[in-house]
Design a binder for this molecule. Structure first.
Ligand code: URA
Length: 189
C-alpha cells in the first residue's frame, strides 16, 4: 500500500491527460492524512495552479471561514479535487479528464480511510455520487457507499456568485459537523 507521499510523487509526474500540458503545478491535496472528513472540489483554479495547494483563492478563503464556523480547521480535515491539474480558463473538467484523474482520488481515499466525504459542488457530486446529480435538489442528503457517508453541498465559488445559497450551505455544514461529532463519539467507545 502506498503512502500519501509516495502517491503524490507519482501524481506530480502524471501526463495521463492533456491538462498536464497546461498546468503550472499539480495540486495533489493536503491536510490530515488520517482525516475522518475529506472534502472534494472540482479542480485547481488560477491561484491553486500557481501555488500547488488546494482552495487558496477567494473560494478557499470562504471555505476556511465555513469550516472554522463549525469548529474545524484545515489540520483536522483533508481537502483535494476531482482533477489535480487546472483546466484552462477554469472550465469544468471533461468527462475523460475526470475519469482518468479520479483513480488518484480513489487511492487517496483508500490511504486516508475517512468516514465522511463531502462533495463541494456539482462536478464532484456527479463524479462521486451519481452522474445525474442535481445539486439544488440533492445537496444536504446523506448517501451511504460502503464504509463512507457522502454528502454534497454548494461549491464555495457558487456561494460567492449567489449569496442566497449561503443559508442552505450553512445547514449542510451543520449536518456535516453533527455526523463528524457522532463518529467521534463512536470512536471513543
Ligand atoms: N475550486 C476548486 O474546486 N478547487 C480548488 O482547489 C480551488 C477552487
Amino acid at each position: 500500500m502506498y503512502t500519501l507521499d509516495k502517491l503524490q510523487s507519482i501524481v506530480t509526474k502524471c501526463h495521463r491527460c492533456p491538462l498536464s500540458k497546461t498546468r503550472t503545478n499539480v495540486v495533489f491535496g493536503e491536510g490530515n492524512p488520517k482525516a475522518k472528513l475529506v472534502f472534494v472540489g472540482e479542480g485547481p483554479g488560477f491561484n491553486e495552479d500557481k501555488i500547488g495547494r488546494p482552495f487558496v483563492g477567494k473560494a478557499g478563503q470562504l471555505f476556511d471561514k465555513m469550516i472554522e464556523a463549525i469548529g474545524l480547521k484545515r489540520e483536522y480535515i483533508y481537502i483535494t479535487n476531482i482533477v489535480k491539474c487546472r483546466p484552462p480558463n477554469n472550465r469544468n473538467p471533461l468527462e475523460e479528464e475526470s475519469k482518468i484523474c479520479i483513480e488518484f482520488l480513489r487511492w487517496q481515499v483508500k490511504i486516508i480511510e475517512p468516514d465522511i466525504i463531502v462533495c463541494l459542488g456539482a462536478v464532484a457530486a456527479r463524479n462521486i455520487i451519481d452522474k445525474n446529480f442535481k445539486i439544488t435538489k440533492e445537496r444536504g442528503i446523506w448517501f451511504n457507499r460502503g464504509n463512507f457517508s457522502i454528502i454534497a453541498t454548494y461549491h464555495p465559488a457558487a456561494l460567492l456568485r449567489d449569496e442566497s445559497k449561503k443559508r442552505e450551505a450553512w445547514e449542510d455544514f451543520k449536518r456535516i459537523k453533527k455526523k463528524y461529532d457522532e463518529i467521534d463519539v463512536k470512536m471513543e467507545r
